[in-house]
Design a protein around this ligand. Structure first.
Ligand SMILES: [Zn+2]
Length: 244
C-alpha cells in the first residue's frame, strides 16, 4: 500500500470493521472492471480514499476534452482565493466526480477546483501516478495544520502551466486536515512526493502558483519557458507527464 494511503486516517466516531473508510483502507472493485477514464466515476465513489487499478493507455479524445476545461496561466481564476464549501450532499459529490474525471482524463496527479474555474476549496489527487496500487482522494476545505522544518526539493509541473517543470522547495512533510465528500473529517500525514502534491494543490486554493515558490532567477527561466510553450499551443503539452 502507498505510504499516503497507509497514513491517511479518519478521526471522529469509530467505524465498523467492514467500513471502507477504516484506517484508510479502501474498496476494491472487481479486477478488470474499473478503468481510469471511462469507468469513473460510476464504479469508484468520490467520498473515500479509493484504490484504483493501474492506468490504461492514454485516451486522446478524453484528454483533449479535459484540456478544454483546464484554465491556463493568465486566467484570473488561478489567482483568486477559493471559497470554503459549506454544504455537503449530492451536488458536492457530483462536483467532485466531475473534477476527478478531468484529473483522470488529463491525466494529472492533482487538480484544484480553481483550475477548472470553480472558486471552491476542493482538491482531488491520485498517487502514485503509475504504481501498482494507486489511490484517489478528494479533499474539501483542506488546510495544512503542521509542516516539518525540514525542506526538500521536488520536481513539479502544473496542468495550468503545461509542459514546463521546475524544482520547488517545500516542507518535506505536512499534516493536512480536511473533510471528505460527505463532510467526515480526514487527517493525512504526508511526506515526500505526497507532501509536495498536497502543498502544490492547496496553494491553488489561495491563488498561489508554482512559479511564486521559485527563487527569482529560476522563476524568470520558468516563465520564459512557459510563455514559449503556451505560444506553441495546447498540443505542445507534455504527454502523460504527472502534473498538478
Ligand atoms: Zn498546479
Amino acid at each position: 500500500m502507498d505510504e499516503g494511503a497507509k497514513r491517511a486516517r479518519k478521526r471522529g466516531p469509530e467505524r465498523t470493521e467492514e467500513s471502507p473508510l477504516t484506517g484508510g483502507r479502501s474498496t476494491r472493485g472487481t479486477a478488470g472492471e474499473q478503468t481510469w477514464g471511462a469507468g469513473w466515476p460510476g464504479r469508484v465513489r468520490p467520498d473515500e480514499t479509493t484504490r484504483l487499478p493501474s492506468a490504461p493507455p492514454l485516451d486522446l479524445a478524453r484528454r483533449d476534452r479535459a484540456y478544454r476545461e483546464i484554465r491556463l496561466w493568465g486566467d484570473p481564476a488561478l489567482r483568486s482565493v477559493a471559497l470554503p464549501v459549506a454544504e455537503f450532499g449530492a451536488a458536492l459529490a457530483a462536483e467532485i466526480a466531475h473534477q476527478a474525471q478531468v484529473l483522470f482524463d488529463a491525466p494529472g496527479t492533482g487538480l484544484a477546483a480553481p483550475q477548472i474555474g470553480r472558486l471552491r476549496r476542493i482538491v482531488v489527487y491520485r498517487l502514485p501516478e503509475d504504481g501498482p496500487e494507486p489511490f484517489f482522494r478528494a479533499l474539501v476545505n483542506p488546510r495544512i495544520v503542521a509542516a516539518s522544518p525540514e525542506r526538500e526539493l521536488f520536481e513539479e509541473g502544473c496542468l495550468s502551466m503545461p509542459g514546463v517543470f521546475a524544482e520547488v522547495e517545500r516542507a518535506a512533510a505536512v499534516t493536512v486536515q480536511a473533510s471528505d465528500a460527505t463532510g467526515a473529517p480526514l487527517e493525512i500525514d504526508a511526506e515526500g512526493h505526497h507532501a509536495s502534491v498536497l502543498q502544490h494543490e492547496l496553494d491553488h486554493l489561495d491563488g498561489v502558483l508554482l512559479p511564486d515558490r521559485l527563487p527569482r532567477p529560476a522563476r524568470r527561466r520558468f516563465l520564459a519557458e512557459l510563455r514559449s510553450t503556451l505560444a506553441g499551443g495546447r498540443q505542445s503539452r507534455g504527454l502523460n507527464h504527472p502534473a498538478g
